[in-house]
Design a binder for this molecule. Sequence first.
Ligand SMILES: [Zn+2]
Length: 1012
Amino acid sequence: MHDDRALIEARLKRVLDERVRPAVYPAHVPLDVAVWHAPGEPVPVAEGLAAEHSPVRVGDRWGAPWGTSWFRVTGTVPPQWAGRTVEALLDLGFDENMPGFQCEGLVYRPDGSPVKGLNPRNQWVRIGSPVTGGERVELHVEAASNPVILDYHPFLPTELGDRDTAGDEPQYRLARMDLAVFDETVWHLVMDLEVLGELMPELPADGARRHTVLRAVARALDAIDLQDVNGTADAARACLREVLSSPAEPTAHRISAVGHAHIDSAWLWPLRETVRKVARTTANMTALLEDEPDFVYAMSQAQQYAWIKEHRPEVYARVKKAVAEGRFVPAGGMWVESDTNMPGSEAMARQFVHGKRFFLDEFGVENEEAWLPDTFGFAAGLPQIIKAAGAKWLLTQKISWSRTNVFPHHTFHWEGIDGTRIFTHFPPVDTYNCSMQGKEIAHAARNFKDKGVARHSLAPTGWGDGGGGTTREMVAKAARMRDLEGSARVEWETPAVFFAKAEAEYRHAPVWVGELYLELHRATLTSQARTKQGNRRSEHLLYEAELWAATAAVRTGSRYPYEELDRLWKTVLLHQFHDILPGSSIAWVHREAEATYARVARELRGIVDAAQRALAGDAGSGGTVVFNAAPHARGGVPAAGAAPRPAVHGATTVSDRVGGGHVLDNGLLRVEVDARGLVVSAYDIAAGRETIAPGRAGNLLQLHPDFPNMWDAWDVDAFYRDTVTDLTEAEAVEPVAGADGCVRVVRRFGSSRVEQRLTLPAGAGRLEIDTEVDWHETEKFLKLAFPLDVHADRYASETQFGHLYRPTHTNTSWDAARFEACNHRFLHVGEPGWGIALVTDSTYGHDVARTVREEDRGTTTTVRASFLRAPRFPDPRTDQGTHRFRHTLVPGARVVDAVREGYRVNLPERVVPGDARVAPLVAVDDAAVVVTAVKLADDASGDVVVRLYESLGGRARARLRAGFEVGEVVRCDLLERPLGAPESAVADDEVPLLLRPFELVTLRLTRRRAAD
Ligand SMILES: [Zn+2]
């Protein structure tokens, strides 16, 4: 037989495009349209409905960037349409090739109740089925003219990303406002032909199935009268019935389709727009659930539910009803889909606490999966946190974006730093916006790396980010692929049903140990430095506020600010969203984030201040009390306690250096700063050991060109390292008077200026580096380098509830691809018995590399902290202006010292007038065991909740001593729910603790009422 595949496939495409799809709406009449352009920010619905509208015509331009236009569409259903299905077709000027990322609308009835969203692939509103004819139609559309930021020429700098700079040029042209007859038979024919047309190219060309389908399609096309598609659609469908009912092979891959819309909580639009995006998409999805009995929808991010609850209560009522029916699934159990590299221990824990608690309180639902399809890599501390929150599964898709190495599994156990394992799935469909196309389904089946031993995968299905979610077309196509020869089987299922099946069939899934590093978007550890600093500062202020407020509540009976802390935590958690904290949002988002962090800091300082004043005793005594929030004692003040300031002993001498520069010496460290302002020596006097590699210099600022191939704010490409300028020219290198030896260094480069203070405090073995940069570069990367005389094949960097080791070499492609990584407060490199810590108050990105010197065959391990970048997309002025960073170099530090120094730098002591000593509410007698939270229980019972962890990666036997009269002590999960019976060994307000390496423990301590 002659091979006519190409001919029939081309015929199918043309007939579908030009005849069958247009016949879905065989008759239409225009609607009358009037509009009111709201003058500024979005207005309440009632105001939009009641405003003075003016006539507008299809074809007219509308919509200044970020504006809101209220369209009123009116008309009458023609009497001759009686008995037919009629829909309104409202095209605001959509680009169908780009679902999401453009204009959108929410349709309301005249009474203000929401109907559904309008999106590029979802432009219809059902008027009646069947209609009687003559019905009066009135609909209102709240249309948002969000400008396109990421378009066909991505990553070009644009001023559209902030209302202040976006101008007022209309962005859209009203394309269609019609009433139309909907022919459901033709629509089904389109679905049949699309499913089969998309299946064919995925089938082997020499297999019988492909040709059987081809022949059936050819017969169906023959059966269509091109002049009367509507009259012949049934006959065409009859030709396809047999190939559509031929069942799937017994070994066919099984796909759990989960209706979904990945809505970034802020990104190329401000937070306030996400509130509306979520409402539109959710209105669509609750409507689709009512129309489609098999469909299941999952939505993550408790914050987005909270927004609907507050701003669109009618939509929220529909959500609650659908959740109760079990078909609208609160997924993920986190407050937002956060970044997981940068959030600190407590914040990562609170993402789950607040997410899960919201779902429990609102819906009585406790989900057991973490849902993070799009987050840019996963920290090795996360498995333990997921488990401690009472969850056991993780879903993400993002690692498929890695550019160098292909991850070997799609389903596996992910093991974190403490040994906790989480059953994890990467959807092999390789997208979180599956649209049920044949090529996606076939790709998932082919791509699945665990076939032969497992057969289930998950496909998050629907358009995100304002695309409107899952469409009725996706549901129709999924129904056809439920049991279809040549296709994977597709079934709508909840994430929990999927995970239960996947886990049951794959008990011995492979194990991946350590972080899930994304080999892309490495620059998100550095871009938008002020946002990152706001996060770090807020996390530590929250810790302080809880600690001192709890101490004051227990000791003085003062009010514990439950509501304030709840609200402030949620604000900080929201800003850890995976496009805010990573610095990949438009200027508007980061401008607001900085203002929000400033407000958060003010409020938290107020809480801290009030609590400390309540504790500090007589403010008129003339004395001062030093509060030490850190979980380690310092300067004679106990951890989490306060005491009058003790005297400081010793001083640092500053002398001239031979050859220029200055020498700082405090008897512990001797630091030489040369005439260039560089640290050419940092000598650990007790150990008799030099820190800086011979002939090299630390405190070296290095400037690289930084113009990645794409994703400017997200990416730094490996070639950035090929070109570097060492900033060695100094304008000033001069000593600063004071007991702590200090040298001030000033440099200028490009259009920027940097001023540093290098301080060697009296009595302390550390060099403090305070850097202020007035940054006016573009597309540059600034790093601070320390070439260290250390032979180390790995280094430690802090992550949540512990640290992980990464190699300093590039043996494998995996090691080489990890050229920029995340640390929290510290990095540590060492040889047995001696090491060095680099501690930071606000930077996360870093790199560590090694070279071997020819002269002495010694190893130079160069540690570099990433300071600033200057990408121009999506914020054309990223990071311009003044920034301040504090780093501390600690020669001779062990990991335990690095941990302590990390807290010290991030939790500065506070001095308050008074005369009291404040004993800690809880104290632990083992330096390896670190307290990360002391607070009153969220249930307002007055119980004290303490979270602590083993910080060194070893076993710890410690005693926790409470500074109040303890009743019972019980281990809890992160949500403060008891995990078992109370500890039996509580005596004298002490409880013994035995901790696994890096184990996190949450304790709830009841207070004996007699002590109140
Ligand atoms: Zn995302």
